[in-house]
Design a protein around this ligand. Structure first.
Ligand code: COA
Length: 192
């Protein structure tokens, strides 16, 4: 991938651009959604990373530091959410770059990253991408609106039917201010 790719934090000028870009491909992503992400980023509950190619907006991903899915709440696993690359910029490694950065951010706070992936055909590419990156099912089943679906229950195959995946991350070395030495920030005890 060329050097003209930039991955950076969401800023004040982005919401309108992002919403317009998705409107251009017929996807309803309102400006308020990105303003909310900006507010959450300021509040420290979400990180939002934006990818540009030759300074043009191309995609984004967010990390929710306070997800609502019960297994992630219990284990304090940050959740990667809302990964999107505009169709014209796909298969250029942008999602890979966004996920690299998201995992780097997560690894400063947690030994495990979580993701919920939809099961309908719109998520076919994402399912392969996550599997190739080492994400595996969390082994608790499929949820519909964050509630586990019982065997045999009828379901609607829409965006709310989700399988949660986790990945164990490498420890990020951090400098110990007291001793000036590098040490591992995380214990890698948890699942994944
Ligand atoms: C999933 C998505 C983010 C991938 O973005 P991308 O920038 O094209 O991804 P990358 O170029 O980094 O591709 C990485 C890998 O993902 C897989 N992949 C991506 N697109 C694929 C496709 N069309 N068919 C098969 N595999 C695909 C491949 O394994 C690919 O590696 P490769 O190119 O070396 O074969 C993009 O297709 C998208 O925005 N989809 C719609 C939204 C979505 O599903 N978001 C996920 C929400 S959970």
């Amino acid at each position: 991938m060329a050097d003209s790719v930039e991955i950076r934090a969401l800023n004040d000028g982005d919401p309108e651009t992002m919403s317009a870009a998705f409107k251009g491909i017929g996807a309803g992503k309102p400006v308020v959604q990105y303003r909310r992400y900006l507010a959450e980023q300021l509040a420290g509950t979400r990180a939002c990373l934006v990818a540009t190619l030759d300074r043009q907006f191309a995609g984004y991903v967010t990390v929710n530091w306070a997800p609502t899915y019960c297994a992630f709440v219990e284990q304090q696993i940050p959740e990667i959410q809302d990964l999107n690359v505009l169709p014209g910029f796909r298969r250029k490694g942008l999602a890979t770059r966004l996920l690299d950065r998201a995992e780097e951010e997560i690894s400063r706070r947690s030994g495990i990253a979580g993701i919920g992936v939809g099961l309908h055909p719109g998520y076919n590419q994402a399912q392969r991408l996550y599997a190739k990156r080492g994400y595996i099912p969390d082994g608790r089943g499929v949820t519909y609106r964050d509630r586990y679906v019982e065997e045999g229950a009828p379901v609607v195959l829409d965006d709310d039917l989700v399988l949660h995946l986790t990945k164990r991350l490498e420890q990020q070395p951090v400098r110990d201010e007291a001793s000036g030495r590098l040490r591992g920030l995380l214990s890698s005890r948890a699942t994944g």
